[in-house]
Design a protein around this ligand. Structure first.
Ligand SMILES: [Fe+2]
Ligand SMILES: [Fe+2]
Length: 275
C-alpha cells in the first residue's frame, strides 16, 4: 500500500498547502493513507478541533503531534474524543489521548500509526524506545498491513537509532520536529523505510516556519523580543511517500515529496503509474 506522511504543518500557510494539494496527491500517487504532523497548525503553536476537521476534510486520515501538542489548551478535553488525533505515546501514564492507533484504508487494509517523542534536547518524557517497542509488539506486522512510526525529535542521532531499533518491524520510521527535510531517505537493511526528518509544510522564507525578523532578533540580541508568529508566505509541502509490500508490511520504496513555495520541488516519479 501507499502511505504519505507530511511533516509539521505550520500555521495557515502550511494548512493551505496541505489542503490544496492533498486531493490531487491522493489521486495521482494512488495513496491509501495520509498522515500529517499537526503540532504547529494553529498559528505555529498547537492544533484545534476546527483545524483537525479541516485536515480530515482535505483527505488526512491521521494527525500526529509532538512537543507543541498542548499549546492550545482546548485540545486537552478534545483529544480524548478524537481517535484520529495522536500525541506522543511516551507521555506519562494518565495523559489524555492516545499515542498509537490503527487506521483503515478505504479498502480495509489496516495501518498502525505510532507517535513518539525523542528526549535529546527536548523535554524528557518516558523512554520512547520502550514505548515504541510495546506498541509494535502489541500490533505486529502480519496482524496489521503496515506500521508507521512518527518519531518527533531534535537529534538526528536519536532518530536514526530509532530507525534501526524498528528495522524489520515497521514499514516506515519518519522523523519530524526539525522542520527541515533531510536527504537520507532509504530502506534500512531489515526493510524499514527511513528518513531523519520529513521537513515542514510551511513557508521556508522564515526561521523554521516563524517570521524571520523576530526569530533572528532573538538570536542576535539575546533578549525577549516580539512574539514569534507563523510566516505566511507561500508554503512548501514536505512529506515522504512509502510503498509497502502487502505480504510482509515492509517497505518496497520510499521517496520525498516536495511541492510549492521556496524549496526545490521533488515529485516521486517512480510512484506515478507509467502509461
Ligand atoms: Fe514542529
Ligand atoms: Fe516539535
Amino acid at each position: 500500500m501507499r502511505i504519505l506522511l507530511c511533516g509539521d504543518v505550520v500555521g495557515r500557510a502550511g494548512r493551505v498547502v496541505v489542503t490544496e494539494n492533498l486531493p490531487h496527491l491522493r489521486r495521482s500517487l494512488a495513496l491509501d493513507l495520509v498522515v500529517v504532523n499537526g503540532e504547529n497548525a494553529a498559528h505555529g503553536f498547537g492544533i484545534t478541533e476546527t483545524i483537525c476537521q479541516e485536515l480530515y476534510a482535505a483527505g488526512v486520515d491521521a494527525i500526529t503531534t509532538g512537543n507543541h501538542v498542548w499549546d492550545r489548551r482546548e485540545i486537552i478535553p478534545y483529544i480524548a474524543e478524537d481517535p484520529r488525533l495522536l500525541r506522543p505515546i511516551n507521555f506519562p501514564k494518565g495523559t489524555p489521548g492516545r499515542g498509537a492507533g490503527i487506521f483503515s484504508a478505504a479498502d480495509g487494509r489496516r495501518v498502525l500509526v505510532v507517535n513518539a517523542m525523542a528526549r535529546l534536547f527536548m523535554d524528557a518524557l518516558d523512554d520512547p524506545f520502550a514505548a515504541v517497542e510495546a506498541a509494535l509488539a502489541s500490533d505486529p506486522l502480519g496482524t496489521v498491513d503496515a506500521a508507521i512510526v512518527d518519531f518527533h525529535g531534535e537529534a538526528t542521532s536519536e532518530k536514526m537509532a530509532m530507525g534501526h531499533f524498528c528495522d524489520g518491524r515497521a514499514s516506515l520510521v519518519i522523523g519530524t520536529h526539525s522542520h527541515v527535510p533531510t536527504a537520507d531517505w532509504q530502506i534500512l537493511p531489515g526493510g524499514t523505510a527511513y528518513q531523519s526528518d520529513a521537513g515542514m509544510c510551511g513557508d521556508y522564507d522564515s526561521v523554521i516556519g516563524m517570521q524571520k525578523e523576530a526569530a533572528v532578533a532573538r538570536f542576535v540580541r539575546k533578549m525577549p523580543g516580539e512574539r514569534l508568529q507563523a510566516a505566511d508566505g507561500p508554503a512548501t509541502l514536505c512529506g515522504v511517500i512509502v510503498e509497502t509490500d502487502d505480504a510482509t508490511g515492509l517497505a518496497r520504496r520510499i521517496a520525498p515529496v516536495r511541492s510549492g513555495g521556496r524549496l526545490a520541488p521533488h515529485w516521486p516519479a517512480e510512484f506515478t503509474p507509467t502509461r
